[in-house]
Design a protein around this ligand. Structure first.
Ligand code: PGA
Length: 241
């Protein structure tokens, strides 16, 4: 059976209570008309409980943007998978390139976090992707293969794990990877891990989503900037065939 496409909105560090409530409401309404895809909202954790309550009973799912690997304890500023689960999160994004770059997140740390999330019944969306310099040096495949090898824990299965391919030069730049680049890298990833769902991320918008979602081995998209506008996000979700 063909699974619906997964359309994940990564709100990053954006959103306050009122505007998020309004955006989520519009998305819940719009989701009633969309059959071919499942939408996952990943707001900042300050909004998880609010949005978790709001989406209850709707087809829209809740995700987070990071978690700790421990259950609880002296980890100031951190949120555990159990806490995310407690407010209705079914998904968590891990190893996003912004966290790898700005927060020193390593493959090994990502694997540890992913394992903890899996133990709490949370599906992980593990991000991989090369820089523009690595692509220019023809190292893109090697980099992605290495990230996958070390970021996926022993608990990674098609049920617990989704991989998001996000070339760094395509994130927030308006420059989407070419169809060829996407097809080629998704094929490489699929070759390494059969049956795991693979998302593409990097400047996905309503005017390129249909084309991207139609490519072989693209099981969905991870959307940053364009997920902050309900209409735009719904158009992306509606473009899955
Ligand atoms: P973008 O971000 O859609 O704004 O390029 C994607 C991401 O970082 O997940």
């Amino acid at each position: 059976m063909l699974l619906p496409k997964l359309i994940v909105g990564n709100w990053k560090m954006n959103g306050l209570a009122a505007d998020s409530q309004e955006r989520t409401q519009k998305i819940i309404e719009g989701a009633k008309l969309i059959q071919k895809s499942t939408m996952v909202l990943c707001p900042p954790t300050t909004l998880s409980a609010q949005i978790g309550a709001q989406i209850k009973g709707s087809p829209v799912k809740l995700g987070a943007q990071d978690c700790h690997f421990e259950k609880s304890g002296a980890f100031t500023g951190s949120i555990s998978p159990e806490m995310l689960r407690n407010v209705g999160c079914n998904y968590v994004i891990l190893g996003h390139s912004e966290r790898r770059q700005h927060d020193g997140e390593t493959n090994e740390l990502v694997a540890k976090k992913a394992r903890a999330a899996h133990m709490n019944g949370i599906i992980t969306i593990i991000c991989v992707g090369e820089t523009i310099a690595q692509r220019a040096a023809r190292e893109a495949e090697l980099v992605v293969k290495n990230q996958l090898k070390h970021s996926l824990p022993d608990t990674a299965t098609p049920e617990t794990t989704i991989v998001a391919y996000e070339p760094l030069w395509a994130i927030g730049t308006g420059q989407t990877a070419s169809k060829n680049d996407i097809v080629q890298m998704h094929k490489v990833i699929r070759g390494l891990i059969a049956n795991i769902r693979i998302l593409y991320g990097g400047s996905v918008k309503s005017d390129n989503a249909a084309e991207i979602l139609d490519l072989p081995n693209v099981d969905g998209v991870l959307v940053g900037g364009a997920s902050l506008k309900a209409d735009e996000f719904l158009k992306i979700a509606a473009s899955a065939k």
